[in-house]
Design a protein around this ligand. Sequence first.
Ligand code: ATP
Ligand code: MG
Length: 202
Amino acid sequence: MQTSEQRNARHKKAMQRKKEHIDNKIDQATVDKGLMVVLTGNGKGKSSSAFGMLARSVGHGLNCAVVQFIKGVWETGEHLLFQNHPLVEFHVMATGFTWETQDRDKDIAAAQCTWGQAAQLLRDENVDVVILDELTYMLTYGYLDKQHVLEALSNRPQGQHVIVTGRNASRELIELADTVAELDSVKHAFDSGVKVHKGIDY
Ligand code: ATP
Ligand code: MG
């Protein structure tokens, strides 16, 4: 049976080893550059994670921009909160979901117009953080030219962070990114007939 003194001594030793390991990792992280983050997968949490990073960035006084490539039926909390914020430029694609508009030509025109705004932000050195929410669908549906998008992402200003969300991120997007998370769905309330809720879903 261990005494509490022995337990504390073991804990202290383990924590010292852990601290050494973390300090080493911090020392090894010497590269400073704008990051590209991709949040993909079928699970919930892609856009809300991106807007969590937006909140952090705004908290630090960074200049931010959001381009949302799919406009939902409901006004989102993130739009209500950030649309008039002095540090955030917020663009939302004019049309609704592609299964709502059911008009491919109209969707393509809207996607390209919205991409024009994104491309401009990706050239602007004064913008520190760009969120391209639901961009992956524009590539999956073939509404935007993949090569063109990849070039704009890789030629952005050196210190600019960019966050891309949406399911089925392509291999090229994943390769270009520095950080990629794939959110898995374990269960979602909507699938068992529960209504969507303000704050949690939109
Ligand atoms: P969130 O905006 O909540 O972070 P997301 O960006 O990961 O979600 P999207 O595919 O963009 O997911 O879908 C947005 C909406 O769909 C949200 O209302 C979310 O709750 C819901 N949703 C997300 N994942 C699932 C899922 N696996 N099944 C059903 N509904 C989902
Ligand atoms: Mg989303």
